[in-house]
Design a protein around this ligand. Sequence first.
Ligand code: IMP
Length: 435
Amino acid sequence: MALNICVTGGQWGDEGKGKVIDILSEHFDVVVRFQGGSNAGHTVVIDGKTYFLHLVPSGIFHDEKVCVIGNGVVLDPFGLKEEIENLVSNGVSVNPDKLIISDRAHLVLPFHKILDKALEESRNFRKIGTTGRGIGPSYSTKALRLGIRVIDLFNESDLIPLLKDNVDCLNFLFKDYFKTETVNIDLLYKQLLEIRDFLAPFTANTVYKLEGFRKEGKSILFEGAQASLLDIDHGTYPFVTSSTVIAGGVSSGAGVPAKELDYTVGIFKAYCTRVGNGPFPTEAQNGMGEILRSIGGEFGTTTGRPRRCGWFDLVAAKYAKIINGYSHIALMKLDVLSKFEEIPVCIGYRYKGGILKEFPSDIKVLENVEPYYKFLNGWGTDITGIEKFEDLPEEAKDYVKYISDSMETNLFLISVGPDRNETIIVNNFIENNEV
Ligand code: IMP
């Protein structure tokens, strides 16, 4: 039976979605990105070789798969070209049969990136710590009905007035307010015509393509980028990204109705990290964060920034489960915790003399809560080579079971190392098709 599933990050990103999607891809015919842009950074390690993806869906490493960049993605056409050329030069085949780009996707253009950085620098209150990839400004021009979509590249005569409506007022702001570089419309126009020729063979109305795949009985995997707590509506606003990252984003971002999803899988690290600013109740103190960072190699794929590190937060994880409707979870990087004698898991937030069990909407509350921890026993031994759940130390089994039981969800897999092979499949729900 053809299955459709959606995989999203359950925390603040960088949970290891790339690895899970790469493993899952084998079972699917089509892999679809439905939101975000090149703020995403997926690291995929295959046979010891590391690949970085920003826009191209992780299914690209499997021949015979179709990868789709949906309309909900904001697409940096120049970055995409570079990414494709990089993959090709590393022996990965990328062609219009394998990669289809929505003609409705909005572009991220140089003025979006300049604005992203200028706004970030000029902000005095609540600096977001964006990736600087122009994501917020591109979604903003989309909402302002000023956006430039892939399809607009093919209407040459409208392109200059469209560019002028975007750039004229921004150039004024760039020059006179932000005192930063400006954009040359004529040059950008020429570059866009060139990039259009590169994109043209990949471009299609992906809604009909996806509908066609479904009618042919093909299985589709929807690949989320960023993560639930960075969702524009449900995350720690304003310290969020600018798109709908939860599973519901599939409807708007790919044009596939939510009811078509058979499973939703949440990816969680066995601990927690965050890049950029914003509340992080379980951020580790007293040097523990640095220890987690150095064992876990916690530096951003896209920006190289050190990630803030802390402990698993069940309050936040349960909230992510609600807003995505996770049927299954994957627990990543369990091996990173092997050295700790005791592992804290946050089961509530202490606030004003009480314990909160719900994830607060008010970031001022979230900024001021104290995590209420349950301490679980560590296992004190290397688990990287372990292939079966039964062979894990009892304490490691107890740790993962405590998390999945508390979340009332099924455990799909545990990751015990970066390579594709360093994975313990606990419940192969796809082969069992048991929900
Ligand atoms: P933006 O998406 O570049 O606007 O950044 C907004 C926030 O989301 C910042 O805190 C970023 O660090 C964070 N963010 C964006 N993309 C990712 C990602 O792929 N992983 C982790 N954090 C991300």
